[in-house]
Write a protein that binds this ligand. Structure first.
Ligand SMILES: Cc1ncc(COP(=O)(O)O)c(C=O)c1O
Length: 434
């Protein structure tokens, strides 16, 4: 066997050219944007008690297309999923000191949406295979202050949404699905985003379907949709004129989606399945290949759900492979592919939670909670999430077009090359796994 020198040690990388960027913007999107520009109507909103309060034009068209596809009564388009999560949590009436349970293994907005309402995020531990919060861990964290759950369908795979809904219903809690990373995934034949009481999607530049920046909330409740629309568009100046009495949490901001974004989002949404398919095919290929490599476990997809692979997340056994995880990731990176040891820092490890400093310097909203002293974001809070992040997870995003199966084959070659060169790599770094 010829053992080629690792790129990390000065050899030639498996992949010679840089990875292409993810760009699915085509002629149809360009045409849709030009139509908006030609119309001169770049936004369809007015803040006040008139029809334009709800938006019109492309925003309405996009909302209608979206809600019809998901079979939901309402869709409220906003300028990001962060805004959408804020609207949704606020719509459920979360008040200072209320607790809302979410995942520690997610992008920060899944938790900051709770803080933005004066609520206190409580972190439940995750399933070691799907990386989503478990019904059992959620239930163990319920107190007299708990108002709801923000479950994240992370990396493209649905959480145990039925189990979470059962816990929510049993305790009278709301369930919001943060579906930013899993558009069009399935859970027991239902689409993610349709199982919780409301769901939020992201269309930021990195997402499978994108419009630069954008998001949407879907739900079946008239009241929740109205509250979200109030928050989106300076609700406080519209309530009186619209005869709305329930003014809890209607202090609005400007989270309006523009017409250009809505035009792009609609076109991208119409080809969502087309955008998901190559990801799934590339991921399935990787999974088949990785089954033959000891120490790297491909993503586990339970039989009752589908995965849409926003990221491809593997589990790494350092002892079996014999190379420290960080060094392994670095060596694969040097071969020309994205590979990260771990995802993002666990949310509760950020200084905001460690120091409990959020709005002002007096500890609000944590001080608004009767259990303030008992809420400590300490090490060991979510042991499974900590273990996965610190020791086991490897993340790559390379399952995106225009990359294809031959690029995936090169990625597998890179992994095999690194493993084959284990001894040289360890000697060079002066590191051995105990
Ligand atoms: C799980 C999750 N939730 C929320 C967000 C926030 O999305 P946006 O960038 O549209 O605000 C993201 C974005 O990365 C995300 O991945």
């Amino acid at each position: 066997m010829i053992i080629e020198k690792l790129a990390l040690l000065g050899g030639k990388p498996v992949r010679k050219e840089p990875l292409p960027s993810y760009n699915t913007i085509g002629d149809v999107e360009k045409k849709a944007v030009m139509e908006v520009l030609d119309s001169g109507e770049l936004s369809s909103f007015v803040a006040g008690p008139i029809d334009a309060f709800w938006g019109a034009g492309r925003v309405k068209e996009f909302e209608n297309t979206f809600k019809n596809y998901f079979g939901m009564k309402h869709a409220v388009a906003v300028n990001s999923a962060t805004s959408g999560l804020h609207c949704a949590v606020s719509a459920f009436g979360v008040a200072p000191g209320d607790e809302v349970i979410t995942s520690p293994y997610t992008m920060s907005a899944s938790a900051t949406c709770i803080l933005m309402c004066g609520g206190v995020p409580i972190f439940a531990d995750i399933d070691p295979d799907t990386f989503c919060i478990t019904p059992k861990s959620v239930e163990a964290n319920i107190t007299e202050n708990t108002k709801g759950i923000v479950a994240v369908n992370i990396f493209g795979i649905p959480a145990d949404l039925e189990g979470l809904k059962k816990v929510a219903d049993k305790h009278g809690l709301f369930l919001i699905e943060d579906n930013a990373q899993a558009p069009d995934a399935n859970y027991k034949g239902q689409k993610t985003g349709t199982i919780g009481d409301a769901a939020v999607f992201s269309f930021n530049r990195h997402k499978t379907m994108q419009c630069g920046e954008g998001g949407i909330i879907i739900c079946n409740s008239d009241k929740i949709a109205l509250k979200c629309a109030m928050m989106r568009n300076h609700g406080e100046v519209a309530v009186a004129g619209m005869g709305i009495d329930d003014i809890v949490n209607t202090v609005g901001v400007n989270y309006r989606m523009g017409e250009i974004e809505a035009a792009i989002a609609k076109v991208q949404f119409e080809k969502l399945q087309e955008l998901n398919t190559p990801r799934i095919e590339m991921a399935n290929y990787l999974t088949e290949q990785l089954k033959n490599i000891d120490g790297i476990t491909p993503p586990h997809v339970p039989k009752d759900r589908s995965h849409v692979y926003y990221f491809y997340v593997m589990k790494y056994n350092e002892k079996v492979v014999g190379i420290p995880r960080e060094l392994f990731a670095q060596a694969v990176q040097a071969e020309g592919f994205t590979m990260r040891a771990g995802y993002v820092k666990l949310v509760y490890n950020e200084p905001l939670y460690q120091k409990k400093i959020c709005f002002g310097d007096k500890g609000f909203p944590f001080t608004a909670n009767s259990r303030n002293d008992k809420i400590i974001y300490h090490k060991g809070l979510c042991p499974v999430a900590e273990r996965l992040q610190e020791k086991e997870i490897l993340v790559t995003n390379i399952i995106y077009p225009p990359l294809g199966i031959s690029d995936m084959a090169d990625f597998i070659t890179a992994i095999k090359k690194v493993i084959t060169n284990k001894d040289t790599l360890l000697n060079f770094q002066g590191k051995k796994v105990a």
